[in-house]
Ligand binder design. Structure first.
Ligand code: 0X9
Ligand code: ZN
Ligand code: ZN
Length: 429
């Protein structure tokens, strides 16, 4: 007991501080709604996307081939309504009040924090994740190894963990929380780390021990801290722009592979998908690229965790006119993941395809750079739960079911990769 008294006191102090200053410094979303807007033509799409560049009133949550999810401020509803009429698209309300979701998420977090700090019944802060990681590294010193990807713009350390039970395993790299508000991704990544180290289930043991895991639970550390402390809906990095008062670039548009091609990113610093002033302008992405290059001979598979919409997205992101050489294999691999998830009792369905093919052109993303420039032949974006009911503010009760789906999905995906010959040693280093 005495051993735990100091951290406990510290935790209480942190909680008390959060209660006194935290609340009012946070951006609130009272009366903000999220609409699913269905469109048919590219002209309609660009009008809607233009609207979303007015960040005060409209924010882009999600985009697919034929629909956009837009968050609307209460003051802009009139403008939204007339725009919907004028462009002849249909809009369906699916979140009435974003602040209500944020409040219940926060209540769940506070409740869970009271009975022990780190866990998967709540979303953990970066400090909690790093403290937990230290504990894991100390508890499993021979199997795990901490690594540092680099420093963020604001000077935070981007950390990762390697899990390796034996030599000559194929390597799997997991990049998580590159988008700040996609909290389910780091919750899932940390749960997987824990399962790999503690589970006695045979499937998990096979998965854990026969692959080398390189896991970066939070890549966009500045953005992540910002979502916890200031703006729950933040997506980008936090580096200021030299040409605008808007802050940050979309880190998943900042890699040097077909950068900014085919309208796969915006050149407007205020847009959610701003590609940055140049490739690798964001220190986090520069660092991640160097890290990937340093281990690329050991990496057979790259998985980039995102949310939301329950999708598996393969390269290419920059064009839907062409498909990668091993596209058919990648689709088989994705199907294996989807089928495995459907075998669970939750009823969750994953769709799959190339990123540009089933969503929209997105250039400069991690998986495309790794595939195109670094020879990682199996490279996937996984968009976790849900399909829009809660979007980014997925209630914590979903964390474990979502993570179970990821676990069984990844197991099936890797099994299929093995069958197709993708898990051989890449070099005899
Ligand atoms: O747009 C993105 O970066 C990802 N979707 S999200 O809603 N999480 O922002 C999808 C990226 C997939 N595209 C490529 N791999 N190019
Ligand atoms: Zn190109
Ligand atoms: Zn994302």
């Amino acid at each position: 007991m005495a051993l735990y008294s100091l951290p406990l006191v510290l935790a209480l102090v942190v909680l008390a501080q959060g209660a006194s200053f935290g609340q009012d410094q946070r951006l609130r979303y009272d009366g903000y709604s999220v609409y699913k807007v269905k469109f048919e033509t590219q002209a309609q799409r660009s009008i809607l996307r233009k609207l979303a560049e007015d960040r005060e009133n409209f924010r882009l949550w999600h985009e697919a081939k034929d629909e956009l999810h837009l968050m609307i401020s209460p003051g802009a509803f009139g403008e939204f309504d007339s725009e919907v009429q004028k462009t002849n698209v249909t809009a369906e309300l699916f979140i009435r009040n974003v602040q209500e979701l944020i409040d219940s998420e926060e209540a769940a977090n506070l409740k869970a924090s009271r009975d022990g700090s780190f866990g998967w019944t709540k979303y953990n802060s970066l400090a909690e994740i790093y403290a937990w990681l230290d504990g894991i590294l100390a508890a499993y010193p021979t199997i795990t190894e901490g690594f540092i990807v680099g420093q963020s713009y604001e000077g935070r350390t981007i950390r990762g963990i390697k899990i390796s039970y034996k030599s000559n395993n194929p390597g799997v790299l997991i990049e998580s929380n590159i988008h700040a508000r996609e909290w389910i991704t780091s919750a899932t990544a940390t749960w997987l780390i824990n399962e790999f180290l503690t589970s006695t289930d045979e499937l998990v043991r096979d998965l854990a021990e026969n692959h080398d895991w390189y896991i970066v639970p939070v890549l966009n550390v500045d953005g992540f801290v910002y979502t916890h402390e200031k703006d729950r809906m933040w997506r980008k990095t936090r580096q200021p722009s030299e040409i605008s008062s808007c802050i940050g670039a979309d880190p998943n548009r900042n890699y040097d592979s077909h950068w900014m091609e085919n309208e796969g990113a915006s050149s407007n610093p205020c847009a959610e998908d701003y590609g940055g002033p140049k490739p690798f302008s964001e220190p986090e992405i520069q660092a991640m690229s160097e890290f990937v290059i340093s281990i690329k001979d050991k990496i057979n598979v790259l998985l980039a965790f995102h949310s939301y919409s329950q999708l598996l997205l393969s390269p290419y992101g920059h064009t839907k006119e062409e498909f990668p050489p091993n596209f058919d294999d990648m689709m088989e691999v994705a199907k294996a993941y989807g089928d495995a998830v459907e075998s669970l009792p939750y009823g969750t369905v994953y769709r799959y395809g190339s990123a540009a093919g089933i969503l929209y052109p997105a250039s400069g993303a991690t998986i495309d750079w790794a595939y195109n420039e670094q020879g990682v032949e199996i490279s996937y974006t996984i968009e976790f739960r849900d399909t829009g009911r809660y979007g980014f503010i997925l209630p914590p009760v979903h964390i474990i079911p979502n993570a179970e789906e990821a676990l069984i999905g990844i197991a099936a995906l890797l099994e299929k990769c093995k069958d197709l010959g993708y898990l051989g040693l890449k070099s005899a280093l």
